[in-house]
Design a protein around this ligand. Structure first.
Ligand code: 48F
Length: 257
């Protein structure tokens, strides 16, 4: 059968444009495609919400691919096991309360399942700002990552969303950018960002779930961004807290919508 290059190009342009157009008015915009963002996207899409995830990099998955120091295995604790089982991702028991997961299986599986559940996923797009109305965040401002990397002088476009989730991991970019520009009071003990603390896995895993919440009207945090905002410690290559935090933010956001 004949294959026409022009039709191939038209198919791609039309489909992509249609999807991005659909994503300009969302229930939930998620920034960052690591484990927490992907799990949040999965549960929100599964509940029928219009959700899109924007990831700066070419690959979706954030810090999952490299495991601990490039040994591409990660540890999951008992509490988070049902989440991965629901995703059909295999776990191997190591010791009581310690399960091993293959990072390639986890990263690709979470990505596949979020997409299949109905989340729109855009890679190579960075969130560089938020949109505000009075005292509420009402959207995100996005641009192609290569534009950002090449420092090209090109204006971004805006995505409207009822709720924004910052799932950008350690740098916590959305909350940080907003706090810097607006100098607003966040929902933390001091009203400001408390900053991530050094390694303490047990406490880090506990606080990340406890502090998964709305930090400013319309803006929620999940994953490592939670500990960066609320002053929790890092935890290294144990991923249960990220999954539990992603599920929790989806549940809270569903109640709010
Ligand atoms: O860092 P990341 O995996 O976030 P997470 O879900 O999980 C953290 C763990 O991977 C690991 C850990 C486990 O113990 O601590 O670090 O909290 O994924 C965050 C994603 O957000 C993207 C970034 O490229 C990464 O893939 N990202 C960051 N800033 C932006 C962004 C931005 N401004 N716009 C779009 N994507």
């Amino acid at each position: 059968m004949e294959l026409n290059e022009i039709l191939i190009s038209q198919a791609i342009i039309e489909e992509y444009s249609k999807e991005l157009r659909t994503a300009t008015e969302l229930d939930v915009a998620i920034v960052g495609g690591g484990p927490s963002g992907l799990i949040a996207a999965y549960y929100l899409a599964k509940a029928g919400k219009k959700v899109a995830l924007f990831e700066r990099k070419l690959s979706i998955g954030g810090g999952m691919w490299g495991g601990g120091m490039m040994f591409n295995k990660a540890v999951i604790q008992e509490e988070a096991k049902p989440i991965l089982e629901e995703q059909n991702i295999r776990l191997k028991k190591y010791k009581e309360n310690y399960y091993i997961v293959d990072c390639v299986e986890m990263a690709s599986g979470l990505c596949f399942n979020a997409k299949k559940a109905g989340a729109m996923i855009f890679n190579l797009i960075s969130c560089e700002d938020v949109m505000i109305r009075e005292n509420k965040i009402t959207g995100i401002v996005i641009n192609w990552s290569p534009v950002e990397m090449a420092k090209l002088h090109i204006d971004p476009i805006t995505i409207g969303a009822k709720i924004i989730i910052d799932a950008t991991g350690h740098p916590c970019e959305v909350v940080r950018g907003m706090e810097k520009k607006m100098g607003v009071k966040l929902n933390t003990s001091t009203g400001g960002m408390l900053g991530e603390k050094p390694m303490w896995a047990e406490v880090g895993e506990k606080l990340i779930v406890e502090n998964t919440k709305e930090v400013y009207p319309g803006l929620w945090v999940t994953g490592m961004a939670v500990n960066a905002v609320f002053g929790g410690p890092r935890m290294g290559p144990i991923f249960g807290g990220m999954l539990l935090s992603g599920k929790k933010v989806a549940e809270l956001v569903l109640k709010k919508l």
